[in-house]
Design a protein around this ligand. Sequence first.
Ligand SMILES: Cc1cc2nc3c(=O)[nH]c(=O)nc-3n(C[C@H](O)[C@H](O)[C@H](O)COP(=O)(O)OP(=O)(O)OC[C@H]3O[C@@H](n4cnc5c(N)ncnc54)[C@H](O)[C@@H]3O)c2cc1C
Ligand code: FES
Ligand code: FES
Length: 457
Amino acid sequence: MNPNNQFLLNGRAVDLIGADPTESLLRWLKARHWSGTKEGCGDGDCGACTVAMVETDAAGRSHYRAVNSCLLPMGALPGREIVTVEGLADGERLHPAQQLLVDSAGSQCGYCTPGFVMSLFVGSHDGDLSDHCIEGNLCRCTGYRPIREAAQRLAALPVIADPFTAAMAAPRRALAPASLGGFHNPTTVADAVALKQQHPEATWIAGATDLGVNLSRGQSVAPGFIALDRIAELLVIEVGDDAVHIGASVPLTRIEQELAGAFPLLDDMLPGFAAKQVKNRATFGGSLGSASPIGDLAPVLLALDAIVQLRGPKGLRSLSIDGYFLDYRKTQRAPDELIVAVTLPKPNSLVTASYKIAKRQTDDISIVAASFAIQLDAQRRVQHVRLAYGGIAAIPRRALRSEALLLGQILGDALVEHVRANLVEEFTPLSDHRADADYRRALAGNLFVKFVAEKLA
Ligand SMILES: Cc1cc2nc3c(=O)[nH]c(=O)nc-3n(C[C@H](O)[C@H](O)[C@H](O)COP(=O)(O)OP(=O)(O)OC[C@H]3O[C@@H](n4cnc5c(N)ncnc54)[C@H](O)[C@@H]3O)c2cc1C
Ligand code: FES
Ligand code: FES
């Protein structure tokens, strides 16, 4: 395979010359009659378009990751390996993920089935066939009981007899730099910064779980792209004595797995953040880059006093997350700067919790997200406090007035009620189709009461 202008599709090198870099892999496949992969929503919400993509880690180990092909731009594909549902069967013999869905009567109309098959296939290789493996796949007619049964039967197999285990064990080189049209894939931060100077109109893109939605809807996002998902420096997690450095392009599933237990605020928030296909691509860099007021990660960063590291033509600079967000989707980051990492101080003796209120428990956009961190002394006097929210203002923000009411005071019932009442007044959220402003205000106060009852009673 020529990594500059080809990718591997079900083991065969495929030319990318002339491909539209902003077209999704899903549409590209369909246009070439690879019709197994289905389009449901086109927005990353249903999983019908799930394919497996190979990721190779810093130690050279390769893994399949389930990703939504509707969100994956062709420009990100040079040098990559993709497996679609057509690639699984061995001649007439179905893959166990397919056969067990058949045996468990896990398919009726069949539209969702290729997506479930691909999630089960990846789950069988990465050892997770729990409900999380298929939480990003919707089925409208079969019902989930037989599909879950297929997952359980797959998990019970002593070995998965397929050729993909050997394929994963084969050594792979790191992805090479590549460009497709105006879509550039550098492999160093220095090259990314230089490319931005050559193409100031190009936009950064990482997991494409935000920008991919715009592209999938045919919106013209930018005249060019500089992708940050194959830059080794941005894919590092370093655990220090006092803090953890998380590269801006580390996918959230890696954070969920590799930092499990280190940050209870993330342990609370990440299970409710989208589904696996999205978390396999979504990044901190993308969350801070889009600066959405309803993003779930910003309250966690605010509660932990995170540091954001930026790199631009003038070099590296570090900013406190407090003050990073300026106005609706406006931040202190200059257009020619990219986020290279966030540094999270370890919470040590802080008592912390995150809450996400949405219409559905998982895979839904927050109505309000909140992250709290507090330290009490032996007399229950508040020595340190952060009350951080998303969904209650034009930017993610801390409740500074309420924090001031708490600081230095003994935490008792009367104070908790006083702070709750203050929180209800402290913000002026919007009403929208998800919730009205009064409900959001009430949540701001009630979530604090819940935190105290659950963690500090
Ligand atoms: C189905 C679905 C469910 C979702 N659920 C949630 C959810 O539960 N909670 C939530 O908070 N979000 C959710 N999202 C939104 C999205 O997944 C997150 O915002 C994610 O963090 C974006 O990361 P990304 O790498 O995919 O961003 P991209 O789409 O690649 O980029 C987003 C923005 O950030 C910029 N950018 C990316 N990386 C950098 C960088 N290193 N430096 C500077 N700018 C950069 C890009 O230019 C762009 O403006 C969901 C999205 C989908 C499609
Ligand atoms: S088509 Fe629904 S997630 Fe891609
Ligand atoms: S089998 Fe019809 S949508 Fe799942």
